[in-house]
Design a protein around this ligand. Structure first.
Ligand code: UGA
Length: 423
């Protein structure tokens, strides 16, 4: 099929890279000239394992092209909209980019082409979009096809999804979506109405975020009574009704999705006068989490932070990405800076993105340098390479051999003899 994708963020780019590797002809469209020029040379501006290779192979096979011109979508059988829906001032999802894309698409779209919404949009949006298109005298089917990929494992998640959700209002649209996903024969294909598909996406993200907020609260209770939260998490996850995923304790959930989506669903519910108390509690617990982490650091280090040097391992909102949006690491560093702490930080991939939001801290060349003269070292992102460091040697070059592992990734056996704190 001929597919056009509007928006080259994580979702648009990964969708384009995979669809063009399984037999479709894909054009990815974005207004950002520099980004498109570099994508045409096979280079991505984000760090996502395996993505660049997929793009390069499709460019070579000539099944993938990039363009800044909406006219490049004029032959498409399906136009996938994968633009951002950031948080607006009220906490709602801002649909400006969606409607801008629709206005552009309306000028060139083929009569029978599908419009596929892959961006996360509040329930009811696709119905409104269909109405909006009718005002432009367009009868194209609008399909909601939410995406569940995670940053850091996006290629694998997109290639091996646990379900494909299609929200549409006619069987013909569902059939055309089956053609797009013809290479995903073994995957459960769930066809529903558009509002339910929109809700499946929000409910998935907010449920997982709530699960994380829950386990983090359990960690605080465990800590109080010296119980082992890792064993608790394992024991909980063995119950298949609960499941083991999203039960990893940490400094709170971050990233471009969970915080934004939970706020958007709370705001949506409030506007409809529906109680969303569970979501409000999860969001509030997550917002308090960074202060709990700060207080833990201050308590262990001996407050105040003023004049102390804190070595930080990890800036990204999670491992295997260079994304620092809503990163708990960045938020906790800002709190430590506000208390007068000096920061020396390292991240294997996220230093350049962190510099844009934290220009005035010291970034080290490697993880080892974070330890030099530090009054404590805090692990904020769960990069595997941090677990391989030679702590016995490194803690000797600190001012004070204290390591605070806010991701519970370090092996206590390797830290014997030093002051090591876990969640
Ligand atoms: C999340 C969802 O997992 C995806 O299914 C969804 O497609 C995506 O949002 C989206 O809506 O686009 P992502 O934000 O990339 O994916 O990352 P996750 O791996 O879900 O992690 C989110 C946050 O929760 C991170 O800060 C991570 O460190 C934290 N987390 C995750 C935990 O603290 N504990 C866990 O057990 C899992």
């Amino acid at each position: 099929m001929e597919i056009a994708i509007i928006g080259t963020g994580y979702v648009g780019l990964v969708s384009g890279a995979i669809f063009s590797n399984v037999g479709h002809n894909v054009v990815c469209i974005d207004l950002d000239l520099a980004k498109i020029a570099s994508l045409n040379n096979g280079k991505t501006d984000i760090y996502e394992p395996g993505l660049q290779e997929k793009i390069q192979s499709a460019l070579l096979a000539k099944t993938l092209t990039f363009s800044t011109e909406i006219s490049a979508a004029s032959k498409a059988d399906a136009i996938i909209i994968a633009v951002g829906t950031p948080e607006n001032l009220n906490g709602n999802a801002d649909l400006t980019f969606i409607y801008k894309a629709l206005d552009d698409v309306a000028k060139i779209i083929k009569k029978n082409a599908l419009i596929v919404i892959k961006s996360t949009v509040p329930p009811g949006t696709c119905t409104q979009i269909a109405r909006y298109l009718k005002t432009k005298e367009l009868q194209n089917d609008v399909v909601m096809n939410p995406e569940f990929l995670r940053e850091g494992s996006a290629i694998n998640d997109f290639s091996n999804p646990q379900r494909i959700v299609i929200g549409c209002s006619c069987e013909n649209a569902a059939d055309r979506m089956r053609q797009i996903y013809t290479s995903w024969q073994q995957v459960t294909f769930l066809v529903t109405d558009t509002s339910t598909a929109e809700m499946i996406k929000y409910a998935s993200n907010t449920f997982l975020a709530t699960k994380i907020a829950f386990i983090n609260q359990m960690a605080d209770i465990c800590n109080h009574i010296s119980a082992d939260v890792e064993m608790l998490s394992y024991g909980l996850g063995l119950d298949s009704r609960i499941g083991s995923q999203c039960l990893k304790v940490g400094p709170g959930f971050g990233g471009a999705c969970f915080p934004k989506d939970i706020k958007a669903l709370i705001t949506f519910s409030k506007e409809q006068q529906i109680d969303a108390g569970i979501l409000e509690a999860a969001l509030s617990a997550n917002q308090k989490r960074k202060f709990t982490m700060l207080n833990k650091i201050k308590h262990l280090l001996g407050a105040p932070l003023s004049g102390k040097t804190i070595g930080v391992l990890g800036l990204a909102f999670k491992a295997n990405t260079d994304d620092v949006r809503y990163s708990p690491a960045i938020e906790i560093i800002k709190l430590m800076l506000a208390e007068g702490g000096n920061i020396a930080a390292f991240d294997p991939k996220a230093i350049e993105s962190a510099k844009k939001v934290l220009p005035n801290i010291c970034y080290t060349q490697n993880a080892e340098d974070v330890f030099k003269n530090a009054d404590c070292v805090v692990v904020l992102t769960e990069w595997h390479e941090f677990t391989l460091l030679n702590f016995q040697a490194l803690l000797k070059i600190t001012n004070n051999p204290l390591i605070i592992d806010l991701r519970n990734i370090l092996d206590p056996a390797k830290l014997k003899g030093y002051w090591h704190h876990r969640l």
